[in-house]
Design a protein around this ligand. Sequence first.
Ligand code: C5J
Length: 224
Amino acid sequence: MTQTTIEAEPTPLAIDLARTALIIIDMQRDFLEPGGFGAALGNDVSRLKAAVGPIRSVLTAARKAAMLVIHTREGHRPDLSDAPPLKVERGDPKLRIGAPGPMGRILVRGEPGHDIIPELYPLRDEVIIDKPGKGAFYNTDLEPLLRSRRIETLLVCGVTTEVCVNTTVREANDRGFRCIVLADCCASYFPEFHAAGLAMIKAQGAIFGWVSGSASALTALDSD
Ligand code: C5J
């Protein structure tokens, strides 16, 4: 039985688990650990840790349910040819994208800081989408991948709520995918942006998507 109902705001939702994927946005060392991109921008990276435990629980349940799991990573080619100069040329030149840091070159593919944190490390058969932008659909093959698997619903986790999570949800919504954002599985360096980011998604009758939490997701996944 793959049909279930998940508690969410602004309304509960009937979903087909066989056509649902878990997408975990940018849980990378560069955003969560000292010395990476997030810290270079002056943020308190410890604020993002709160999402790790809840994501781990949902990831474990999704793996058990054989759900499609997708991890994304924000980052650029070593020659930065896919990084718009206006994105690179911000802040202190010593701390910009491509600059050397304690976890390798900041936000560059293949560097230790670009990789996903060990607690949520992808299994060999899980999809990894390397994205040059904030949204996971921009200049990636995420959309054809979802369409080929006939996915209609995305359970969305990751960081940061108002940047890459929100951008991805808006891109997905415009492409006809239904997003359910798991609030405690997302985090921001700014608690007020986290709250506002979630409020914007579910406002006006779910203008971009629905907001739920890890407990409701686990109940729904258990009903499979
Ligand atoms: C940011 C992201 N915040 N993954 N990236 O620059 O949200």
